[in-house]
Design a protein around this ligand. Structure first.
Ligand code: G3P
Ligand code: MG
Length: 253
């Protein structure tokens, strides 16, 4: 029985600006097994790492990603909006930019961190985005373990059709009957399940806990319950907590 992995949600969004190289670096330094990030596609067809379909919440810019070129997006700070965070240090955070997927993969090259790329295709049907994401990973992934996930099932099925060895996972925020049947029929590597669903319906998922990544578990008691259930992975805004609780258990074994 292997230990539950800890993935930093949007990097380490509890403590650092989400979906930035700074957050990814800090999460790796803290010891995460993997990183989760979100991607959209720009007007000029580049894959950028950002959660929302617009710049407004996480940067000092405004406008929809699909209406902006990469050069336009790069003008804005992806760290300045987080000045209330205790770690905020001014200049370094202000200098953060919305990274491209290529930049993240290049940054990750020295590390063996797993990478979960969430395609935000349920918000807008970016034409050709799945093929573009695969091509960026093929060019810059260095053989890294990449998991492609989405709430939008057709997107991950397209990924699988384009590359049969791709690892795909369906993100769910509701309970599904006979989850094993979905895993097998859709050739899913895992389900990415909302924590509330699992914690209420744990019995329905007991046979497939090794194929469950659970998001976004941030409270101490939730993290501990998920460690008890021995799910494959906990995706959390607070990887430091999950890593601490996991190491605490290991020291008792
Ligand atoms: O991939 C799990 C989780 O990231 C899905 O929710 O909105 O944080 O991307 P969201
Ligand atoms: Mg996400």
């Amino acid at each position: 029985m292997s230990a539950t992995k800890v993935f930093g949600h949007r990097g380490w969004m509890g403590s650092f600006p989400e979906n930035t190289l700074l957050g990814f670096k800090e999460a790796i330094n803290a010891g995460v097994d993997g990183l989760e990030l979100d991607v959209h596609m720009t007007k000029d067809g580049e894959i950028v790492v950002i959660h929302d379909d617009a710049l407004d919440r996480t940067t000092d810019g405004t406008g929809l990603i699909r209406d902006l070129t990469l050069a336009e997006i790069k003008k804005y700070s992806a760290g300045i909006n987080y000045s209330t965070f205790p770690n905020y240090d001014g200049n370094q955070w202000i200098a953060e930019r919305v990274p491209t997927l290529q930049e993240v993969l290049e940054f990750l090259a020295p590390y063996d961190t797993e990478l979960n790329i969430e395609l935000k295709t349920f918000m807008y049907p970016y034409k050709g985005m799945e093929a573009k994401v695969l091509s960026v990973v093929e060019q810059y992934g260095n053989g890294r373990k990449v998991i492609y996930s989405s709430f939008h099932l057709p997107s991950i099925l397209k990924i699988k059709a384009l590359n049969s060895s791709a690892k795909i996972a369906w993100i769910l925020n509701q309970c599904i009957p006979q989850p094993k049947d979905y895993l097998e029929t859709l050739q899913l590597e895992a389900l990415h399940l909302y924590k509330g669903v699992l914690l209420i319906h744990a019995h329905q998922y007991k046979d497939i806990v090794e194929q469950l990544r659970v998001w976004t578990a941030n409270e101490n008691d939730e993290i501990k319950q998920l460690l008890d259930l021995n799910v494959n992975t906990i995706i959390t805004d607070h990887p430091e907590k999950a890593l601490f609780f996991r190491s605490e258990r290991n020291s008792f074994v």
